[in-house]
Design a protein around this ligand. Structure first.
Ligand code: NAD
Length: 324
C-alpha cells in the first residue's frame, strides 16, 4: 500500500520534499500539504489536499507520515505532535531552535519506546559523503587526524538572524563530522572574518582529531560544499560536485548551483526513499532525534562561546539506550 506523505511548510525545501513525494519515491504519494502562506501550499500541492492547519494534516487518516519543513522555531512542537499521533516524521534540520526544545522531543520519543523521528541531515545519504565514509571505515586512509569542511552559500537567506550561521548552517557540519569520524566533539574555537562572515570554526574530537569548518554565508560565486579527510596513510575528499564543465569568457570549469536543492537532490531523494521504507518496516536509518539534539546542543554552545578568545568545552548528556 502506498504511504501518504503530508508536508508542513512548502517553501524552498518543503516544495522539493513535496515534489519528491508526489513524483519520485517508490511506495509513497503526496497526500497533502500545509503552509502558512496558502498560495505556496496550493502551488506545492500538485492536486493533493491543502490542509487548513498543521494539526489537521497530522491527524488525517490519509497522512501516514509527515515531513516538517516549516521554519526552525516550529519544528519541535510539530515533531511532538507527530509523536503524540504515532506518525513517523522526517523533520528538517535543525530538530529545534533551542537545545531545551530538542531535548523535549528526545524525551517524548524515549517515553514512546520507539524511534519514529528522523532529522533531515541528508548529507548522510549523499553518494560522495557515503563513499568517503566507506573508504575511511575500511581503513583506506589509515587513522583519521583531520577533517576539513567548507560550507559556502551565495547569500544568507533574508530570515537569517544573529547566530544562525552556527545554529542553522554549521549544524550540518556538526552532524556530518560526527557521522564521518564516529567521534564526539569536545571543544570548539571560532574566528570571525570581517563583519562576522565567514566563520572559521575549529573543533577537537574525543579521539584528538581536528575538525575545521569554513561557514561562509555570503560567498557570492555559488553554493559550494566540500570536505576532505586526512589520515595517517592518505586523504579522501569529495570530488567536484558538477555534472558538466562549462567554458565561457576565457575561463572554463565546473558549474556551481545557486543553492542546495540541485546539489543535494540525490541525497534528498535517497533520504526520503529510505525514510519511506523505514516507515513501513521499522527503525529510521538516518540522523535520529538524538543526533538532532546533539547537533543543536553543540551549535548552541559554540554560538554562546563565539565572543570569547578561548576554546569552548562542549558537553552533551549520556545517550539514552533507545539510540544504541
Ligand atoms: N536539509 C537542508 O539542507 C535544508 C536546506 C534548506 C532549508 N532547510 C530547513 O528547512 C526549513 C525551511 O527552510 P526553507 O529554506 O524552505 O525556508 P523558506 O522560507 O523557503 O520556507 C519556509 C516556509 O514555511 C512557511 N511557514 C512559515 N511559518 C509557518 C508555520 N508556522 N507553519 C507552516 N508553514 C510555515 C512559509 O510560508 C514558507 O513557505 C528550515 O528549518 C531550514 O533549516 C534544510
Amino acid at each position: 500500500m502506498s504511504l501518504g506523505i503530508g508536508v508542513i511548510g512548502t517553501g524552498v525545501m518543503g516544495s522539493e520534499h513535496a515534489r519528491l513525494a508526489a513524483r519520485e519515491i517508490p511506495g509513497a504519494h503526496l497526500a497533502g500539504v500545509f503552509d502558512a502562506d496558502a498560495g505556496r501550499a496550493r502551488a506545492a500541492a500538485a492536486g493533493a489536499t491543502v490542509f487548513p492547519d498543521p494539526r489537521a494534516l497530522i491527524a488525517s487518516d490519509r497522512v501516514g507520515a509527515v515531513v516538517i519543513a516549516s521554519p526552525d522555531g516550529t519544528h519541535a512542537e510539530l515533531a511532538l505532535a507527530c509523536l503524540e499521533a504515532g506518525k513517523p516524521a522526517l523533520c528538517e534540520k535543525p530538530l529545534a531552535s533551542t537545545t531545551a526544545e530538542a531535548l523535549r522531543v528526545v524525551e517524548a520519543e524515549v517515553a514512546s519506546k520507539r524511534r519514529s523521528i528522523q532529522v533531515g541531515y541528508m548529507r548522510r545519504f549523499d553518494p560522495g559523503y557515503l563513499e568517503m565514509k566507506r573508504i575511511k571505515d575500511t581503513g583506506g586512509i589509515g587513522a583519521p587526524t583531520l577533517l576539513h569542511n567548507v560550507h559556502r552559500n551565495v547569500r544568507a537567506p533574508e530570515w537569517f538572524t544573529g547566530p544562525m550561521a552556527v545554529t542553522n548552517s554549521f549544524v550540518h557540519e556538526i552532524d556530518v563530522s560526527r557521522w564521518l569520524t564516529g567521534s564526539e566533539m569536545v571543544s570548539a574555537r571560532v574566528e570571525a572574518g570581517p563583519g562576522g562572515d565567514p566563520l572559521m570554526i575549529t573543533m577537537r574530537t574525543d579521539r584528538g582529531e581536528i575538525v575545521s569548518t569554513e561557514v561562509h554565508m555570503n560567498a557570492a560565486y555559488g553554493y559550494h560544499v566540500h570536505a576532505e579527510m586526512v589520515g595517517r596513510e592518505g586523504t579522501v575528499a569529495l570530488a567536484p560536485p558538477s555534472l558538466v564543465s562549462r567554458n565561457k569568457e576565457g575561463a572554463g570549469g565546473i558549474v556551481y548551483p545557486d543553492d542546495w536543492v540541485p546539489r543535494f537532490a540525490d541525497a534528498n531523494r535517497r533520504q526520503m526513499t529510505e525514510w519511506v521504507r523505514a516507515a513501513a518496516a521499522g527503525t529510521p536509518v538516518g540522523a535520529s532525534a538524538w543526533d538532532g539534539y546533539v547537533a543543536s546542543a553543540i551549535a548552541e554552545q559554540v554560538a554562546a562561546g563565539m565572543a570569547g578568545d578561548r576554546p569552548t568545552a562542549l558537553s552533551v548528556p549520556a545517550r539514552p539506550s533507545l539510540y544504541g
